[in-house]
Design a protein around this ligand. Structure first.
Ligand code: UT7
Length: 326
């Protein structure tokens, strides 16, 4: 007997050149480097240049992922971009990436699940590949999140940054005894009851504007660790693994205290956790794939490793994905 599996072929990331440090922010808004580092772990964030679009960041991350996979753009027949900050209301950012990569076949579309978008996109691509709707997918998390910040609101503007991360997945039919590879299981959740704890006060059908971010940080924080732990336990239960079996935990990078809280609750030691929030800040859907790209590039995540991805954000949405790295 055989099983269809989505195997990871490569990952990549792109960060815009411009960096804003906490001290620089403290010159324009009532905050301090000390407060930001203590409460969040963030030291700096990257900010896209004027005219640099989400699809530009996404395309650069995708090109690096393709190079690391030893593939070319023409090998891809599915592009999913997870973003909350699309180039335009329509068409999707994914079709702009498709155009910039010079791909004319297959399909491309966006997913909107805010900070959980990449995990939702991985699970979606996995289903497409397993059902043979496509052969090779580019799964991208890309954000120009700083464009929807109120730079006078110190409770939000210090938290976020821009960037993009990408993963190439390939659907492969494997004999049962070799099927412990690739995406092993995913759990996705959402509960719109919590929408007003983290939202943007604009939209096409409501205000005809893009709006800016509002967050009840303490409320989000209160729910985060429990929700994250729930979906991780779910993904472990589905696949027969335990937290002890994990080689790497790659969480959404919103706040170092949330990451440490989740690690503690799950019994995952800090040396098995990939942390980039210090240098990247919270890049919403881009945070998990960029953290993966960092962990692979510096040699920590290796073929054969068991890797747990996790994210939680606006909606609320939350999810986890368990991957045997290839
Ligand atoms: O990515 C999607 C998911 N998002 C998250 O996971 C974010 C979750 N929330 C958090 O990470 C934290 O709640 C924050 C980092 C946003 C805030 O940390 P906190 O420890 O929950 O602080 P707080 O909101 O309870 O605020 C404490 C104090 C307040 O002053 P008072 O009322 O105690 O006098 C704030 O006004 O800190 C003040 N404050 C600041 N002070 C200096 C809020 N923002 C700042 C700031 N600089 N930037």
């Amino acid at each position: 007997m055989t099983k269809m599996r989505s195997l990871v072929r490569g990952v990549g990331k792109y960060l815009p050149e411009k960096i804003i440090t906490n001290d620089e922010l403290a010159r324009t808004v009532d905050t301090t480097d000390e407060w930001i580092v203590q409460r969040t772990g963030i030291e700096q964030r990257h900010v896209a240049a004027d005219g640099e679009l989400t699809s530009d960041l996404a395309t650069k991350a995708a090109q690096e992922a393709l190079k690391n996979a030893g593939l070319v753009a023409g090998d891809i027949d599915l592009i999913i971009v997870a973003t909350t900050t699309p180039d335009m209301t329509f068409p999707s950012t994914a079709v702009f990436v498709q155009q910039k990569l010079g791909i004319h076949h297959g399909m491309a579309f966006d997913i909107q699940a805010v900070c959980s978008g990449f995990v939702f996109a991985v699970a979606t691509a996995d289903s497409y590949l397993k059902n043979r709707l496509a052969k090779r997918a580019l799964v991208i998390g890309a954000e120009t999140f700083t464009r929807i910040l109120d730079w006078e609101d110190r409770t939000t503007c210090v938290l976020f940054g821009d960037g993009a991360g990408a993963m190439v997945l390939e659907g492969v039919e494997l004999p049962d005894d070799q099927a412990d590879q690739g995406i092993l299981g995913s759990r996705l959740r959402s509960d719109g009851e919590h929408w007003d704890k983290l939202f943007v006060d604009g939209g096409v059908s409501s205000t005809k504007t893009a709006g800016v971010v509002h967050m009840q940080g303490r409320e989000v924080f209160k729910h985060a660790v429990g929700m994250i732990s729930d979906v991780i336990h779910g993904a472990l239960d589905d696949t027969g693994y335990e937290a002890d079996d994990l080689d790497w935990f790659v969480p959404h990078q919103a706040n170092r205290r949330i990451i440490e809280g989740a690690g503690k609750k799950l019994g995952i030691p800090p040396e098995k956790v990939i942390v980039t929030v210090d240098k990247h800040a919270n890049t919403s859907a881009a945070s998990v794939p960029m953290a993966l790209a960092v962990g692979v590039a510096d040699g920590r995540i290796k073929p054969g490793d068991l890797v747990m991805l996790e994210a939680m954000g606006g909606g609320f949405t939350w999810g986890a994905s368990l991957i045997r790295w290839t």
